[in-house]
Design a binder for this molecule. Structure first.
Ligand SMILES: Nc1ncnc2c1ncn2[C@@H]1O[C@H](COP(=O)(O)OP(=O)(O)OP(=O)(O)O)[C@@H](O)[C@H]1O
Ligand SMILES: [Mg+2]
Length: 430
């Protein structure tokens, strides 16, 4: 039977400079899109995350296996004031959980603020002997503890988890492993479910009461790939049950964006979430999806294609892209040019696919309205400078739905978890 050990830093100040640098690189992008209209909801997102840490020794069972672990409880907390129209309240704890291909994030209301916690949905299989020539195996674990890395030990195999996995992989010019692929659990990685469960514990923890309400999201059915959303949905449902949640609900990702951003139009409009594995799209009327679909291209697709034009691994391209201070309109040369080319190709593809699906949908299924409605964009991939502007250009011509405005979500990385939290609150309102 496998033993699982999870180690975490007890204080940030005491960490090595190496670990401090890891943490210092986290946080929301500093990029802003000058082309975006000013946000019309008065809210404030804290620019720097607050690091909360503590170590908790727990014994648990996962999938019939006993787990002994130092429960990961490293949290990066981002705060946002509640939007004025977000005035529904519930006496229950309402949790929105976005299990994404790139990040796992969680939203809940605490002390009249919306708090978000996120972690990179990744792990890295560490083989200490590979890079610590001749050192004893347990040196690897000691090194991880000293560095304050978040790790799991399964039958003497060390896995570094979350943001640290990404940093370790980049350090050794290797790819990190991902529990999810194109929006769903990666069945090629046998430890995927366990890793997701550990990461969920890190951001959401266990329920605090029996009536906690949890909403999580799944991709809408993909129209350009064959995979099983149902299996993914059931496995995640089981994971939340094992953690102790009882009131578990599911929503498609695009609709969660609409719930987060379009309350002013009574949840009418188009929501698009540009993630790592997928683009999720919904056309919703009064909170009901007219149609919802997903496309199996996203940030990972851009990274892996751009990597083919360089000597670097995909996750080095990811790091370059996330730190980029160039705009899509500024595609000079090299990696920057490759990234811009694939971004543009993705955006053209999404708009074309929307038009095709709209044309194929029987007229009786489409709402009989001529009013203009907003199109809202969310997801980490949309953080690139010039992204909103380019999409605006593409929908300006021949788009089948009349669009009043193309706007960026208040907080693109957290719109999905925020929408799920809001759905949980609305469903359990007094
Ligand atoms: N500042 C940034 N600039 C450009 N891209 C970014 C930035 N920050 C994150 N990304 C990219 O956004 C993607 C992650 O976005 P997001 O968290 O919305 O996806 P996800 O929900 O994890 O994935 P999916 O919805 O496809 O399952 C990754 O490809 C990441 O590299
Ligand atoms: Mg997503």
């Amino acid at each position: 039977m496998g033993k699982f050990m999870v180690g975490l830093p007890s204080n940030f100040e005491g960490m090595s400079g190496y670990r401090q640098r890891f943490i210092a690189t986290q946080g929301p992008s500093k990029k802003t899109d000058p082309s975006s209209p000013p946000f019309n909801i008065v809210t404030e997102v804290k620019k720097e995350p607050v690091i909360q840490e503590n170590i908790e020794l727990v014994s648990s069972v996962y999938d019939g296996q006993e787990i002994e672990s130092y429960r990961p409880n490293l949290k990066e907390v981002f705060e946002m004031d509640k939007a004025p129209e977000d005035n529904t309240t519930s006496t229950k704890r309402c949790v929105g959980l976005d299990i994404g291909t790139g990040f796992i994030s969680c939203a809940e209301e605490e002390d009249s603020k919306i708090k978000f916690r996120k972690v990179r949905d990744a792990f890295f299989k560490l083989n200490p002997s590979k890079f610590l020539e001749g050192s004893a195996n347990n040196f690897g674990e000691g090194m991880l503890k000293n560095a304050g890395a978040h790790y799991v030990k399964v039958d003497d195999q060390l896995y570094v988890l979350g943001d640290d996995a990404f940093k370790f992989a980049n350090l050794f010019h290797q790819e990190c492993l991902r529990p999810m692929h194109r929006g769903v659990l990666n069945s090629k990685q046998p430890v995927s479910n366990l890793m997701v469960s550990e990461l969920v514990k890190a951001v959401a923890g266990k329920p605090q009461a029996d009536d906690d309400v949890l909403y999580y999201c799944v991709p809408a059915e993909p129209i350009d790939a064959e995979f099983d959303v149902e299996y993914h949905k059931q496995i995640l449902n089981g994971t939340f049950k094992e953690l102790g949640y009882k009131n578990i609900n599911v929503m498609t990702e695009g609709l969660a964006v609409v719930y987060s951003e379009l309350s002013e139009t009574q949840y009418t409009g188009i929501g698009m979430s540009f993630g790592a594995g997928m683009v999720n799209i919904v056309y919703a009327f009064m909170g009901i999806p007219v149609f919802a679909f997903s496309l199996s291209r996203g940030g990972d697709w851009i990274d892996s294609h751009a990597a083919q034009h360089s000597e670097e691994t995909s996750n080095v391209i990811t790091a370059i892209k996330e730190k980029a201070d160039f705009s899509l309109a500024d595609d000079t040369a090299g990696i920057q040019k490759a990234i811009c080319i694939y971004y543009d190709s993705l955006l053209v593809y999404v708009v074309e696919q929307f038009k095709e699906l709209y044309a194929k949908t029987p007229k009786k299924q489409l709402p009989n309205v001529t009013m203009e409605m907003p199109l809202v964009i969310a997801g980490g991939t949309s953080l690139m400078l010039g992204f909103v502007e380019r999409l605006r250009e593409l929908v300006a011509e021949d788009f089948p739905v009349p669009i009043s405005e193309v706007k960026h979500a208040e907080n693109p990385l957290f719109a999905v978890s925020n929408g799920l939290r809001r759905a949980a609150t609305l469903s359990s309102a007094e």
